[in-house]
Write a protein that binds this ligand. Sequence first.
Ligand code: FAD
Length: 415
Amino acid sequence: MSDKSCSSVGIIGAGIQGVCTGLQLLKKNIPTTIFDQNDPGSMASYGNAGHFSPYAVVQLNRPDILYDVPKMLLSSSGPLALKWNYIPKMLPWILRYLKNCNKKSMLHTAKYMNQILSLSMDAYEEIFQEIDMTNLVEQKGIIYVWTNKNLKSREMEIKIRKDLGVEQKILTVKEILDLEPKLKPVFSGGCFYDYAYHAKDPQGITKKIFELFLKRGGKFIKQDVKSVNQTGTNKTIIKTDEKDYEFEKSVIACGAFSKKFTDQLGEKIPLDTERGYHVHFKGMENLLSRPVIFLDRGFGLTPMNQGLRAVGTVELGGLKNPISKKRIQYIVNCAKELLPQLGEHEDEWLGFRPTLPDFLPVIGPSKNNQNIIYAFGHHHLGWTLGAVTGKIVSGILANEKTNLDLSPYNSLRFN
Ligand SMILES: Cc1cc2nc3c(=O)[nH]c(=O)nc-3n(C[C@H](O)[C@H](O)[C@H](O)COP(=O)(O)OP(=O)(O)OC[C@H]3O[C@@H](n4cnc5c(N)ncnc54)[C@H](O)[C@@H]3O)c2cc1C
């Protein structure tokens, strides 16, 4: 435990980043209040695929994707889709993203994702020891399957992971079927991370961490935050419809909704969203023992307490467009391709991954307001990175020294 180095913190957002940061601050004896107009963990931190993926160092900013994107966009039934009405707004993000689809950026992202991913499970283990995790997580590994169509891409990913020391086990079709005998073998090979955990109820886990936060003296204010400002050296104001709240320091941890605040603070951070979907096949969770991801389709299946969750795809379309029935149908079709015995689905859900064009999160102080700290933009890996982000951000707030190189996550990279 460190000395009390900050008198109070207000956190905007009770997703996995906000809640883990709050808990870590209390461990440092720093009084903390979390704001959210919704229940804790009810947005992206609810509907994700539940993978704890410390191995997922290679992200979507990669040169090989440039060959696939045009094909994917022309097909209405591929893993990537666009809401055309949003594309003019998203064009600057897309152009920046395309600029990052080169080998150098890809390896930079992989290196600095690896820096935090490699610490992610230790950070969760520490929290899991303090809460009752019965029926909330399982450690049965995670399987990725693929066809031979994009073998060059698969080989590239495997090599980058190997170079970074990530443990992975390449599987034949037979080995995959030995692990998951109910799968229809529409794939040609795969990869197994046998040490990986998966969540059986992501929101249930976030709620448990949140309950511990409250038990330790943390406060929660269920209000929609309108603005945050630094008004003095040691003074920030979080403004809601009802009141102004004063803290020494504040944190923006609103996932895909964080841009409203960074725009207000005068910083042009190109945060946007990759929309993702899920449905449940109720009572079908026993068909699989562990998550299976079909890489060619950009989708996966996770056995959860709510049922078998079919989840994934990327849709570029902003925060306001309605749910796309075509995307739901795509996921349902993909699920039935792997498990033809599936019947009717329920719970059609749309969620928002918070994503920067270089596929690194933004963690660190705001450019113009050193007492306002950013903790957002964790794209496809925000569930995995919640606990370690909490540790890093609470360390920044407490003015602690770190051996980590945090500069690649700083928002200054966009200025
Ligand atoms: C389909 C899908 C599958 C995914 N699968 C995985 C996976 O398997 N593994 C993995 O590691 N990651 C996965 N992710 C990514 C992961 O879910 C997210 O990166 C992560 O949940 C983001 O957490 P967060 O706390 O930043 O944001 P969120 O969970 O979105 O929380 C942000 C919070 O901020 C609040 N907020 C917003 N505006 C305001 C305001 N004005 N005032 C107060 N509060 C506000 C919201 O209500 C919300 O509660 C997936 C995401 C999706 C969409």
